[in-house]
Design a binder for this molecule. Structure first.
Ligand SMILES: [Zn+2]
Length: 69
């Protein structure tokens, strides 16, 4: 492992971020996200990014989500 991953929001690569639902978010975006006020356009960008992650995640794991029936 080289430890470098590509951020799904800004496409930077680093190794200090977090994995959210199998997608990588770099340290910078993680921090930006944590401090972005809800009304800022920045926040919209992250929200969209996260929504895309969720979409991909749901597509991958759609088949059976435990606890739904
Ligand atoms: Zn990033």
């Amino acid at each position: 492992m080289d430890g470098k991953l590509k951020c799904c929001i800004c496409n930077n690569t680093d190794s200090k971020g977090i994995i959210l639902l199998n997608e990588y978010i770099c340290r910078k975006c993680e921090l930006d996200m944590a401090k972005a006020p809800i009304h800022e356009p920045e926040y919209e960008k992250f929200r969209r990014g996260i929504r895309d992650i969720w979409k991909g995640f749901n597509r991958k794991y759609n088949k059976s989500i435990p606890g739904c029936n």
